[in-house]
Design a protein around this ligand. Structure first.
Ligand code: FEO
Length: 405
């Protein structure tokens, strides 16, 4: 992949990882790969590299830098975030330009040393309001703690109205094009939603606050260059508007999403029958529904749908007085992500003794969801009355959603 000019004398010099299929261990599937974006800014006097790449791609970054400059002449390296997918190539870069000054947030200094040891690098702490003058181009820094780590920082080049927000506004999407107008927009927004749901969702109130702060700072943005995926140049407002919706639990303009997500696992098919009755009734009530058997599904894809859904209904058989363990990653994920403004409901069938339904209900409540009823637990194989009770749960959810408009 060649270097790409983003703005006059601002270049993408990162790496495309076509083969990535998991992120953050195995909890986030990256079906479409990812990119690690780094940017070289060439001023009249000085050159600055903004972020690096994941360690295995260090030489890709170096070869990209060499296409443009002599890397020994890089004057500054901006570390917007200390997660290894952006920090990993820092030692290789600093090997080439040991005299370069590193600019980072206060909270980034300690993790940089913990990652790489005491290297004697010249580190300058910057915060909101600080400016690095490259000659004809300036880099302004904006602290962005918890978007998504305490050390996170945005960089902004006012001369180009270019925001470099590191992980924010990213997507795990490998592509030959580097810009939003070079990929399918539906795929792009789906990956952006999955990224927000799985990474930024717990920090939604801070996302909302940061968007307002940026508006207050009067920062004009015509391009957003994140650290993963494509660069928003055609319509940066599309992703800003989506973030405003996702951060506030509102409908995202232009997107059609399931309103209710039903997730289940089943031992011998009884809970499955209930799940099918519930989802069938929800759709008869005019709602858009997704139905997932957790054992055949991808948790992080379901989480993406939860982001834009209004209700989540989860069912399980009971084993050893508890829910089936297959549901644990999904439910613990929800507890950590705490999606805003969702309704939750639990259901399931058990044999001699139950336990799954109250356990699921408790976890949905822990995730911040407003519960519909105490949960629907039935015994053995659902008969006509049990299936009607399942449909009734669906009707209750539909009725509450209708009353909310
Ligand atoms: Fe893309 Fe938080 O690293």
């Amino acid at each position: 992949m060649a270097v790409v000019e983003v703005k006059d004398n601002v270049y993408w010099v990162g790496a495309v990882d076509w083969q990535s299929r998991y992120f953050h261990g195995v909890i986030y599937t990256t079906h479409r790969g990812t990119t690690y974006n780094a940017y070289l800014v060439i001023g009249e006097k000085y050159k600055a590299l903004i972020d690096t790449v994941y360690t295995p791609f260090s030489e890709v970054l170096v070869s990209h830098l060499k296409e443009l400059v002599d890397p020994t002449e890089i004057d500054y390296v901006v570390v917007n975030h200390v997660e290894i997918d952006h920090l990993g190539a820092l030692p290789r870069v600093m090997e080439l330009c040991p005299q370069a000054k590193i600019f980072c947030s206060q909270r980034a200094t300690w993790p940089i040393k913990k990652h790489f040891g005491e290297r004697g690098w010249d580190m300058t702490v910057v915060g909101t309001g600080d400016v690095l003058d490259l000659g004809g181009k300036t880099i302004q820094f904006i602290e962005a703690p918890m978007l998504h780590w305490p050390d996170s920082m945005f960089s902004y080049i006012p001369e180009d109205r270019l925001l470099l927000p590191n992980d924010a506004f990213g997507q795990h999407l490998a592509s030959s094009g580097r810009f939003d107008d070079e990929v399918d927009n539906a795929i792009l927004m789906d990956e952006a939603a999955k990224y927000y749901a799985n990474i930024l969702l717990p920090f939604s109130s801070l996302v909302d606050r940061k968007l307002k702060e940026i508006a207050k700072l009067g920062i004009e943005i015509d391009t957003i260059a994140p650290s993963h995926g494509v660069i928003w140049r055609k319509d940066p407002n599309q992703i800003i508007t989506a973030y405003q919706s996702w951060a506030n639990g509102l409908e995202t303009p232009g997107r059609v999403f399931p309103e209710v997500v039903v997730v289940f696992d089943t031992m011998w098919g009884s809970t499955e029958k209930m799940a099918e009755a519930i989802s069938d009734e929800l759709s008869r009530q005019g709602l858009r529904v997704s139905l997932y058997n957790i054992g055949k599904s991808d948790d992080s894809d379901i989480i993406r749908e939860v982001l834009e859904a209004k209700a989540v209904i989860v069912g399980s058989s009971t084993i050893n007085n508890a829910m089936l363990p297959s549901l644990s990653p999904f439910l613990y994920g929800l507890v950590g992500l705490k999606p805003k403004g969702k309704m939750g409901a639990a259901f399931g069938s058990h044999g001699w003794r139950g336990g799954a339904v109250p356990q699921i209900a408790a976890m949905l409540a822990d995730a911040g969801m407003e519960l519909v009823g105490d949960g629907l637990a039935i015994q053995w194989v659902p008969d006509a009355a049990d299936l009607e009770a399942s449909r009734d749960l669906a009707r209750q959810v539909a009725s509450i959603l209708a009353s909310q408009g």
